[in-house]
Ligand binder design. Structure first.
Ligand code: FAD
Length: 308
């Protein structure tokens, strides 16, 4: 119920104004977001890389309805990629892109515009020697995102994508994408989805996650296990060993600010551990999805509001 309300609020302009204008929201946001400026993103990336972790950077923004905003997002990614190269970080840091931020949700020709914009980002990533992963948004975008992935992979075979275990279709999508060179980031899923397309029960989502992970681990692609769930992390180790995968042949991924001690433990044990680092001004939707995931995050936020 609370999760549903927060996910509903994540797309409500009125709730957005309320949350954004509350002065004490900022310290809570800072726990999950690297900062507003690209320099903040570079500084945090440097700290994470120096501690043995890998990074994927997300320039915050989604549901863009103006072509100029989509263009500005592309420019922000091009600048970020140049800076990653100049600072020597492009070997250990890649970028994550939400297609709705680069035009997918534009009313006219959104799919084609997002494809061309994503292509520009991929070209720049190729030049600096890093990779791009396409985030997955709500289920109405899944087909379009997977079609764009297939188009991009013809020129940039290293482009990866997120699949969401809460969607009933995902086990099949994992089978389609478990081929050589394919990079799949498997997560549980963070949007409010109807019962017709998504498992609603947490346990069912976890079972689906394990089924999907088995497919990816037994395939010949590169699985990226995006979860903070201790049970799934343990199961990942077992499935990887059974599939004969060595530590460099899959990776763990977690969000910035969540379970940093566990991130370090995995990195120190010799695993590839990548942290998803969001930065920029458009933090609202991302932040509300993090609150929806975990009651402790909400309690932290409410305490900040009440202590005003
Ligand atoms: P949950 O069910 O949220 O948590 C399970 C357990 O993990 C908890 O019981 C607890 O033991 C532990 N845990 C979780 N959070 C914390 C915490 N803050 N502190 C301590 N322990 C904690 N979703 C999308 O829909 N699209 C995307 O493109 C996408 N990209 C992602 C990329 C990455 C790298 C990651 C890590 C997540 C991404 N997500 C995305 C979000 C994802 O779908 C989940 O909403 C989110 O990861 C929470 O699910 P979970 O697997 O961590 O498990």
């Amino acid at each position: 119920m609370l999760r549903s309300s927060l996910l509903f609020a994540s797309r409500s302009p009125a709730a957005r104004t309320l949350v954004e204008t509350t002065p004490l929201t900022r310290p809570v946001v800072d726990r999950f977001v690297a900062g507003a400026a690209v320099d903040d993103a570079i500084r945090i990336t440097r700290e994470l890389v120096d501690s043995g972790r890998l990074v994927t950077l997300d320039h915050l923004g989604e549901d863009t309805v103006q072509t100029t905003d989509a263009d500005a997002t592309v420019e922000a990614y091009l600048r970020l990629l140049r800076l990653l190269q100049e600072t020597g970080l492009s070997e250990n840091a890649e970028v994550s892109v939400k297609l709705s931020a680069v035009g997918q949700s534009l009313p006219k020709g959104g799919h084609r515009i997002a494809l061309e914009n994503a292509r520009r980002i991929c070209s720049a990533a190729g030049v600096v020697g890093t990779t791009v992963t396409l985030d997955m948004e709500d289920h109405t975008t899944t087909d379009s995102t997977l079609d764009i992935l297939a188009e991009l992979r013809m020129d940039f075979p290293w482009v990866g994508a997120v699949l969401q275990a809460y969607l009933k279709r995902t086990e099949g999508d994992c089978r389609d994408l478990a081929s050589a060179g394919s990079r799949v980031r498997l997560c549980k899923g963070a949007y409010k989805e109807p019962e017709s397309v998504a498992f609603q029960d947490k346990h069912e989502v976890d079972l689906s996650y394990v089924r999907c992970l088995k497919v990816l681990m037994n395939g010949s692609g590169y699985p990226m296990v995006a979860s903070h769930d201790p049970r799934l992390i343990e199961i990942t180790g077992d499935l990887a060993a059974r599939a004969g995968r060595k530590p460099g042949e899959f990776e763990y991924q977690m969000l910035y600010g969540i379970r940093p001690t566990e991130q370090l433990r995995l990195a120190e044990a010799g695993h590839r551990m990548r942290v998803y680092v969001p930065y920029g001004d458009e933090w609202y939707g991302y932040f509300m999805r993090r609150l929806a995931e975990r009651p402790a995050n909400i309690a932290f936020f409410l305490r900040s509001m009440l202590s005003r």
